[in-house]
Design a protein around this ligand. Structure first.
Ligand SMILES: Nc1ncnc2c1ncn2[C@@H]1O[C@H](COP(=O)(O)OP(=O)(O)OP(=O)(O)O)[C@@H](O)[C@H]1O
Ligand SMILES: [Mg+2]
Length: 266
């Protein structure tokens, strides 16, 4: 499988991403390894979703070089699965959970393709993994926030893509669902996939193999113990990182919208 361990799934050199005249990420050199869990950390507006958009081929680089699975975006159909930040997924309202998860298989087959038993199996498996079989015939719009989030993750899993992007998949989830997602992401990594997750939670980031700390640029990149060191977090979060004493720090983002307040321990 492409993107498997050892081979980088994504590389960037001097990458600049922008919306019109507004630069969202500048001068980024980075590598996202295959067969690994990479967490994107950074405050609101630091460029996490924008980087994922670019990897998915939804935002074109303004400058620099970006490769996904060895080639410039857009990636081949079905090779990159993107679990959107739940707030961005409201457009999917009128369809059922089963239909949403099944859509993932059309990413590979094309919308005129016929679904095969392998497709149905992948859909059933993803529904079971995220424990949403019992609500699979209900409309997405009728689900609770956490159930919606799980449906979107199930959609990402069902695609069986080489690169799995998840934008804050833990937001609003109960403890059991959070643990379930962590377990699933680990098994996806074991299957050789590059798993990339944006998160505001330092505990999530510490579970990663690789961390990218963003602040409109790459502040730090590497294993969590390096990339999440206090001085790097201070650089990324500025005055909102309060070093209370030598043992504890708090990242307090007043501009967060419902992500909770990540607490840091060193
Ligand atoms: N569609 C858009 N049009 C214009 N500017 C945008 C758009 N999306 C994001 N931006 C801007 O790009 C910058 C990076 O935004 P991005 O969504 O990548 O941040 P983020 O790190 O994902 O933040 P959050 O933690 O709030 O999800 C921000 O300054 C934001 O205002
Ligand atoms: Mg975002």
């Amino acid at each position: 499988m492409r993107g498997s361990s050892g081979t980088p799934a994504v590389t960037a050199q001097d990458l600049e991403l922008a919306y019109g005249t507004h630069t969202a990420l500048c001068c980024a050199d980075l590598t996202i390894p295959g067969g690994a869990l990479t967490v994107l950390m950074g405050s609101n507006g630091s460029g996490k979703s924008t980087l994922m958009n670019a990897i998915a081929g939804l935002v074109d680089p303004v400058r620099g070089v970006l490769t996904v699975l060895g080639k410039p975006p857009p990636p081949e159909p079905g090779s990159v699965a993107y679990v959107l930040q739940a707030t961005a997924a409201d457009a999917l309202l009128p369809v059922t959970v089963h239909e949403i998860v099944t859509m993932a298989r059309f990413a590979r087959r094309g919308f005129l393709g016929r679904l095969r038993s392998a497709d149905r199996h992948a859909v059933d498996q993803a529904l079971a993994t995220m424990e949403i079989e019992t609500v699979s015939q209900r409309r997405f719009s009728e689900l609770s926030g956490g159930q919606r989030q799980r449906a979107l993750v199930a959609q990402g899993l069902a695609q069986e893509a080489d690169v799995l992007l998840l934008d804050e998949p833990m937001t609003g989830l109960d403890l059991v669902s959070r643990q379930r997602i962590i377990d699933v992401l680990r098994s996806e990594r074991e299957a050789g996939r590059a798993v990339v997750m944006a998160s505001h939670d330092l505990d999530d980031a510490r579970l990663a193999d690789h961390v990218l700390l963003l602040a409109g640029r790459v502040v730090a990149e590497g294993p969590p113990e390096d990339a999440l060191a206090a001085d790097r977090l201070r650089e990324a979060y500025g005055h909102r990182y309060l070093d209370l004493d030598s043992a504890t720090g708090i990242v307090d983002d007043h501009h967060q919208h419902g992500h909770g307040v990540p607490a840091a321990r060193e």
